[in-house]
Ligand binder design. Structure first.
Ligand SMILES: [Ca+2]
Ligand SMILES: [Ca+2]
Ligand SMILES: [Ca+2]
Length: 529
């Protein structure tokens, strides 16, 4: 079947090819200059605290005295400044800012946990390595664009696997806020072995590999040891033209995906916009767990799918078990539209190391994905070695095919099982509504599908215990505007009040936050009328 011609995706082979991997060595904390720095830091901290507790403390003399010693801020100490016309020999105040962001985030600067680095407008061409951490007691260190700040890779052609214009290894308690990052050799933001970091309001553009990636430092053998990061938030960013250096299957650059969450326990990926990536969009993989992907817009992913230099897959949102168990993930309120290949894929590329379980997919609007005759173009695809998936109250429209639950998708591991498909709209698919094979313990009920194709799904072999009841074929759903892609329900829609009321708490509200019990019953699809 042509739709499965993309089964051998290059995703797996290209995932992990550490080229020019550099392992950052810890600094020697015991050399004399470090000790001197430590003492100075202690002194300055005490001094600043003294200023704070006693507002009448006369700072004039002491500040002058300290100015000669180096880089103490002259202000309250809570904010430090960087500006293109500053100097790293300055104290980092608003009037006497530092010149490089690299200096501000380095171990040498006097920035402390709980403080903010304000980066003044301008273009900065440097690799910024976060070289210190905040902590839970004093708080995060915030690195914030104080206006329009553009960051560029000093060498946009060369740079190893894992490099990011903002990068770190083993750091935590940071907020990275508001930067535009352009034309990088590898990632825009690359955080390894990270904890308690929020990446928000950034815009990455034409990055060689991911716009934003959380990943391990250097361990790629799988199992829980590869789960090296925790408590990460990626909020309200725009990732545009990621994987822009993709040159074809033999390429060693442009690897990974547009926004990659790799080996992260505890994550939230929300309110981001992804456009025009050459490869996959949001990729949750290798042991990532206990997280959510919600309210994102993903469009134009897998731009190269079906081209001579590409391959035929590339999910817009990909839950990929890979080398470690991945579980307890909510995917909701996303709008996934006009991607070149599949919209949401839940699969396991490496079935002998962990599986994929407890995934909930609800309130998503998924339309116009795939290229008929070129790729599967699934609204959602559940593959092998996956169990306990709930697909509830989503609206699928105008995809090549709305849904496949397919135990032949990747080989090895067990048949996908315990899959619930309830209260979904499957409208106006272009090749077929759905497909199932090699699955067990499926439940399909209260789904609404349009009548271009006779059945809700075509069945292959190896189907065990599929419970199918109360699904309804209709001429048309009754959307507000099908052609204009407004998939809210219009008055008189056949989806109103006919859904199953057997819903978990997570589906209590619709995509717009409306409580799902208006009228005489729960509606089918992502929106309650
Ligand atoms: Ca570079
Ligand atoms: Ca696996
Ligand atoms: Ca209702």
């Amino acid at each position: 079947m042509y739709v499965y011609s993309f089964l051998v995706s290059c995703h797996q082979v290209s995932l992990f090819c550490p080229v020019n991997m550099t392992t950052k060595k810890n600094r020697n904390f015991y050399n004399p200059s470090s000790i001197l720095f430590f003492v100075l830091t202690l002194l300055s901290t005490s001094f600043l605290n003294l200023c704070r507790v006693n507002p009448k403390f006369d700072t004039s003399i002491s500040v002058n005295a300290l100015e000669t010693s180096g880089k103490l801020p002259l202000n309250s100490g809570d904010s430090h400044y960087v500006s293109p016309n500053g100097s790293d020999n300055n104290p980092g105040t608003k009037d006497k800012p530092w010149k490089t962001i690299s200096y501000a985030v380095s171990e040498k600067s006097l920035v402390k946990p709980g403080q903010t680095i304000l980066v003044q407008p301008g273009t900065y061409t440097e690799l910024i390595t976060l070289d210190k951490s905040g902590n839970s007691e004093s708080g995060n260190i915030t690195l914030k664009a104080n206006g329009k700040v553009i960051l560029r890779d000093p060498d946009s052609v060369n740079g190893g696997f894992g490099e990011g214009v903002i990068q770190s290894n083993g750091r935590g308690y940071w907020v990275i806020d508001g930067f535009r990052i352009e034309k990088t050799s590898w990632a825009g933001i690359s955080l390894r072995n990270a904890n308690n970091i929020t990446v928000k309001n950034n815009h990455t553009y034409e990055t060689g590999a991911p716009g934003i990636i959380i990943m391990p430092g250097n361990y790629y053998d799988g199992g829980d040891l590869e789960v090296t990061s925790k408590d990460i938030k990626v909020l309200n960013n725009t990732v545009e033209r990621a994987n822009w250096r993709w040159q074809g299957n033999s390429s060693t650059v442009g690897t990974q995906e547009a926004l990659s969450i790799w080996g992260v326990n505890g994550f939230e990926v929300a309110n981001n916009t992804l456009t025009e990536g050459n490869r996959e969009g949001i990729d949750i993989k290798v042991g990532s767990r206990n997280g959510s992907v919600h309210n994102n817009k993903v469009t134009g992913a897998a731009k190269i799918s079906g081209t001579p230099k590409g391959y035929n897959g590339g999910a817009a949102i990909y839950i990929d078990g890979n080398r470690a168990s991945i579980f307890n993930i909510d995917i909701y309120n996303n709008t996934v539209f006009r991607n070149t290949a599949d919209a949401i894929v839940i699969a396991d590329e490496v079935p002998n190391q962990g599986d994929v379980s407890n995934i909930r997919v609800y309130n998503n609007v998924i339309y116009g994905n795939g290229r008929l005759g070129v790729n599967g173009g699934h609204g959602i695809l559940v593959g092998r070695n996956v169990r306990n998936v709930e697909i509830v109250n989503n609206t699928f429209a105008k995809n090549v095919q709305a849904i496949s639950i397919d135990g032949a998708y990747y080989t090895g591991g067990y048949k996908p099982h315990h899959i619930l498909v309830r209260n979904n709209i499957f409208a106006d698919s272009t090749y077929r509504n759905g497909y199932i094979q090699d699955v067990k313990n499926l439940t399909w009920d209260h789904n609404l599908f349009t009548d271009k194709f006779a059945s809700l799904y075509e069945g292959g072999s190896g189907v065990e215990n599929s419970t199918v009841w109360n699904n309804t074929k209709v001429r048309s759903i009754g959307f507000v505007n099908l052609n204009g892609n407004d998939f809210r329900l219009a008055s008189g829609s056949l989806a109103i009040d006919v859904g199953s009321s057997e819903l978990a708490v997570y589906a209590k509200f619709d995509k717009n936050g409306v409580q799902r019990n208006r009228g005489t019953g729960i509606d089918i699809g992502a929106y309650e009328y």
